[in-house]
Design a protein around this ligand. Structure first.
Ligand code: GDP
Ligand code: MG
Length: 321
């Protein structure tokens, strides 16, 4: 296991082969069978599981030990300056896993922890999962399968499509319903469990994590909006959600609500600007094409048309995404 004190990228120790076949393998047999088709080489990591961790001493060890244990699946714990014994618990893990621990020097928040995890991830498909034991690793296949089969670029676990084993606070349900409607009306996607942190995405869409504005919990919704603006395929998948057995949620609802409003406002403006620009650019190209047909001598300028296109694309990318 490797423990880092910053977000630098350092390789994890190679896993111990003799320990790779654990009793948990049975739980993950269908995942391994499925992944067999996508393995590239012996030491190639194909899935990175990121666990953001803040004061989860009661659960983190169990969560890590319950994960699939194979060298093509790496686990990255981002310790966000926990003040309890979380780190000690990880050190107590006897199994030699394909595990990397990255320590933030300061508490930077949920979103920042995910970004640090991504920086350190080597897998083709990246999964984020909570370290408080609410998520079930057996749902991993449900989340990663659509990514590998190219049915989706970004999957989000949903307790509403699956099951949850506890009484959901009314405020949480109402909040999520409100966000669901906003996303649906303004961004054309229906995502019910939009705050769920159990997600998976293709490395090819990492662009949505550039210049993130919200590093706390609003990060979850920001990524849905960015993926949607970029035209990536998002799919909600059924998962199980368990109650938090220890500690309590770190979510501060009032802070999240304020961030959500500012988030929607920002991205709505962005989307409108993008739509106008795309329309403009399309209009310009149409006029140009018409002119080209009328005057064959303009043919030599075809290259210019491509340049206009490339430049405008570049402009849009840089300015508005
Ligand atoms: N890195 C990091 N992780 C956090 C922070 N706050 C919460 N988490 C982790 O994010 C996950 C979800 O947090 P939780 O408070 O349970 O949110 P909830 O499940 O939406 O109520 C857990 O794994 C937490 O340990 C933080 O400030 N930094
Ligand atoms: Mg939780």
């Amino acid at each position: 296991m490797t423990i880092l004190t910053s977000s630098e990228d350092v390789d994890a120790d190679p896993p111990n082969q003799s320990l790779l076949k654990s009793s948990q393998d049975n739980d993950f047999q269908s995942l391994y069978d499925f992944l067999e088709n996508f393995q590239k080489g012996d030491d190639q990591v194909i899935i990175s599981i990121i666990l953001p961790m803040f004061n989860e001493e009661m659960t983190i060890k169990n969560v890590i030990e319950s994960l699939p244990n194979q060298k093509f699946i790496e686990v990255i714990v981002v310790n966000d300056k926990s003040t309890d014994g979380s780190l000690k618990e990880i050190e107590n893990i006897k199994k030699n896993l394909n595990l990397k621990v990255v320590n933030h020097k300061l508490n930077k928040g949920y979103g920042s922890a995910i970004l640090t995890g991504i920086k350190n991830a080597k897998g083709d498909v990246i999964v984020t999962m909570d370290s408080d034991g609410q998520h079930d690793p057996k749902d991993l296949l449900t989340l990663v399968r659509p990514i590998f089969t190219k049915e989706a670029d970004y999957t989000i676990g949903s307790r509403y499509l699956g099951t949850f084993f506890y009484q959901l606070p009314v405020s949480t349900r109402l909040g999520e319903l409100f966000v669901e409607k906003l996303i649906q009306i303004f961004f054309g996607k229906k995502i019910m469990n939009n705050q769920n942190g159990f997600r998976a995405f293709n490395r090819q869409i990492l662009k949505i994590f550039d210049n993130v504005r919200y590093d706390g919990y609003a990060f979850c919704t920001e990524q849905i909006l960015r993926a949607s603006i970029e035209g990536y395929k998002i799919k909600e998948c059924p998962i199980k959600l368990y109650d938090r057995k220890h500690g309590s949620s770190h979510v501060v609802l009032s802070k999240l609500a304020i961030n959500m409003f500012s988030l929607f406002f920002t991205y709505l403006v962005k989307k409108i600007k993008l739509t106008v620009i795309r329309k403009d650019r399309y209009g310009m190209l149409k006029i140009y094409e018409k002119e080209l047909k009328k005057s064959p001598e303009l043919k030599d300028l075809r290259i210019n048309r491509e340049l206009i296109y490339i430049n405008s694309n570049f402009f849009v990318e840089k300015r508005f995404t």
